[in-house]
Structure formats: structure tokens, C-alpha cells
Design a protein around this ligand. Structure first.
Ligand code: UDP
Length: 370
């Protein structure tokens, strides 16, 4: 087959690549999007079982305070009013998340914000003079030992496969603390899940764009300059450079999905298992993301694991060692002006979906003009 020349070869049909392709097409550019997987959507990919949209690569809840991004995604999907209110199960006890007045009441019996603050003051007294340099110190400094033990320590160590004192404090900044009885995990102005699933949303973003699935860049398009003027790379950036600057570490996940002949397994979309003996970190019950009423349900247990070649990478591990490697790679990436790197894997950053879209729109604007 004689290949035509494209303006952009885009590797990865996830959010970054799809949005970039959409923006390029809008400005009259030709794009080819390739993905080694058999589907579009990257890790946002959802698949329908009966009336339930299954989040195949783990829970994806869209939330943003960026009005432009909210308007942008609403062009491609209708969103429901899902509010993320996960609960944590520790042995036989249940706690509301994020850390809020309900959690403090369940843990200590405190009722007023004043009482909760007093309790936290007692809990953190011992740590008040430390300057937190790792996640463990950060949590002890902020909320003290009880919360660290019951809700953070084991969950985090299972999730990252490292001790809390080996992890950077910023990971925990994703977990808000508030002194109201508000179980909404996110502080953002907008939140929801596409009613017809993320796959449908991304299909709409990619309308009119040539997409080739089951297509491996390294096997078929490594000499991309033969096919396109520029490359958009959303895969692992260390792999793009054939690991010549070293190997970055990633965290991977294994999912165990089960259909059950009961209508409601856990009464909530997300239940975190914060003890150390349960080998998985959470169970999601997909029907609750879309308020589906049917007699059966589908649940997924999520087991974190270290990434090894051949597995899907999910999370960059932005500790000091990896960031040093990434900084070297980034220096080279800046010199390679015919390649644009994007997404969680291309930028080695723990982005949320809205941040990925924002970055893709900004990069497209920089590259292509308004
Ligand atoms: N976390 C925790 N206990 C919980 C939930 C979260 O200790 O019950 C910590 C953990 O370190 C985790 C981080 O908060 O890595 C961010 O969690 P979140 O669920 O927001 O991240 P996700 O994995 O969904 O991106």
C-alpha cells in the first residue's frame, strides 16, 4: 500500500491524541491516528454490558473547574450528574471520603468542626515541627496517626508498592480535607460521566479522522517522517527514546471483573479497601456510575502491580529517581521539534482527564494557531 503523507501521525487514540487530531482537522490539517490496542479511548475506554457502561481500565469520573474544558467535552457527550463519594472499608468499619466531618464523626465521634479540629490538633501535636519531605510525614503533619493508619497507610502502600516514607508528599494532595459534612470527593465546579460512555465521546471527537487500530508504531511507522511531517506521541516517552536515557517506572493495575446475579453489591460506585490484608485497593460497581436499574450487576476489583514490559502502564511514579531520568529525556524531547509529546505517558505526569484535554488544546493552539 502506498501511504499518503499526513500533516500529523498521532500515536495513541486516548484523550490527548484524539483532541489534538480534532483540533488539527478543524484547522484543515490531515491526521492519521494509530493505536496498538483494538479500540479507541486509551484508558478511558468503556464497554457496554447490557445497560451498564464498564470502565474497563478503572473508574473515570470527569471533573473540572475549567469552564472551557467543560463546554468542550459537552460538545461530544451528554454528561450525567454523578458525584464521586467513595467510601473506605477498614476491617468491618465504613468511612466516608474525602476526609470530612462524616469521617471524623465515624472515627472519633466528633460532632462539630471545633471538636474535629481539636482532635486533629491533639493527633498532630507530636509532628507539628516537622517539615514534611515524604508522604508519611505529610499525612502525620496534617491529620495525625489515626487517619494515617485507618485510611492512608495501607491503601497507599498497596497502590504504589512502596512505603509511604518513600513516596513524594504531592500524591496525597489529591485527597482533600474539609470541615463540612460534604462527601463530594472533588471541589470542582463541574462533574459527571458521559451517559453513553467515554468510548462514544471519543468516537465523536474523532469523527472524520482516519484511525488505524491494532497498529504498532515501532513495527509499522517507526520512520514516521516517511508518512507525516510531524509526530504526536502519547505513549511512554522512555520507550520512544528506546530507553537510552534509562527506564522510567510506572504503576500498573490488574482488573478482575465479575458479573453477579444480584442487583446491588456494595451500594456505592467506589469502595476503597484501606486495610493491609485485602490484596486489592478498591471495588467499583459500574452500574452506580450511570444510575442503571437492572437485576444484575458488574463489579471490578482493582489490584495494583509494578509495571513490566507487556502490561499497561497507568500511573507515572514521580519520585526523585524517576523525575531525574525524565528531566534528561525532556531535554532531548525539547530538541526534537518534529515530535509533540502529550498525555500521562508522553509527559510522565499524573494528569487528570481535564488537564490532559487542556494541555492538548494548548499544544494544538501553539502548534496550529487559533
Ligand atoms: N488515598 C488513600 N486512601 C484512600 C484513597 C486515596 O490513602 O482511601 C491516597 C493514595 O495515596 C492515593 C491518593 O490518595 O494514591 C490519590 O487517590 P485517588 O483515588 O484520588 O487517585 P486515583 O488512583 O483515582 O487517580
Amino acid at each position: 500500500m502506498v501511504e499518503k503523507m499526513y500533516d500529523y501521525l498521532i500515536v495513541g487514540a486516548g484523550l490527548y491524541g484524539s483532541v489534538f487530531a480534532h483540533e488539527a482537522k478543524k484547522r484543515g490539517k490531515s491526521c492519521l491516528v494509530i493505536d496498538k490496542r483494538p479500540h479507541i479511548g486509551g484508558n478511558c475506554y468503556t464497554e457496554r454490558i447490557e445497560d451498564i457502561e464498564i470502565h474497563v481500565y478503572g473508574a473515570h469520573i470527569f471533573h473540572t473547574s475549567d469552564k472551557d474544558i467543560w463546554d468542550y467535552v459537552n460538545q461530544f457527550a451528554r454528561f450525567n450528574r454523578f458525584i464521586n463519594s467513595p467510601i473506605a472499608k477498614y476491617h468491618d468499619r465504613i468511612f466516608n471520603l474525602p476526609l470530612n466531618m462524616n469521617t471524623f464523626n465515624e472515627l472519633w465521634g466528633t460532632v462539630t468542626p471545633e471538636q474535629a479540629k481539636q482532635k486533629i490538633k491533639e493527633q498532630t501535636e507530636k509532628y507539628k515541627d516537622i517539615k514534611p519531605t515524604n508522604l508519611e510525614e505529610q499525612v502525620l503533619y496534617l491529620v495525625g496517626e489515626d487517619i494515617y493508619e485507618v485510611l492512608i497507610k495501607s491503601y497507599t502502600e498497596k497502590q504504589w508498592g512502596r512505603k509511604c516514607y518513600e513516596l513524594p508528599p504531592f500524591i496525597i494532595q489529591r485527597l482533600p480535607i474539609r470541615f463540612t459534612y460534604n462527601n463530594n470527593y472533588y471541589d470542582d465546579s463541574y462533574q459527571g460521566i458521559p451517559i453513553n460512555g467515554y468510548t462514544d465521546m471519543i468516537k465523536n471527537i474523532l469523527v472524520g479522522i482516519e484511525v488505524r487500530l491494532n497498529t504498532n508504531f515501532f513495527e509499522e511507522y517507526k520512520n514516521f517522517r516517511k508518512y507525516a511531517n510531524k509526530l504526536v506521541w502519547t505513549g511512554m516517552i522512555d520507550e520512544y527514546y528506546s530507553y537510552k536515557f534509562g527506564r522510567l517506572q510506572y504503576r500498573s493495575l490488574r482488573f478482575q471483573t465479575e458479573k453477579l446475579n444480584i442487583d446491588n453489591f456494595q451500594g456505592n460506585a467506589v469502595v476503597n479497601y484501606t486495610d493491609s490484608y485485602t490484596p486489592f485497593t478498591r471495588i467499583i460497581e459500574h452500574k452506580h456510575f450511570n444510575f442503571v436499574e437492572q437485576e444484575t450487576t458488574v463489579i471490578t476489583r482493582e489490584y495494583p502491580l509494578e509495571w513490566n514490559y507487556g502490561e499497561e502502564p497507568y500511573y507515572p511514579i514521580n519520585d526523585e529517581k524517576n523525575n531525574l531520568i525524565y528531566n534528561e529525556i525532556e531535554k532531548q524531547a525539547k530538541k526534537d521539534t518534529d515530535v509533540i509529546f502529550g498525555g500521562r505517558l508522553g509527559n510522565y505526569k499524573y494528569y487528570d482527564m481535564d488537564k490532559v484535554i487542556r494541555k492538548s488544546l494548548d499544544d494544538a493552539k501553539k502548534e496550529l494557531g487559533k
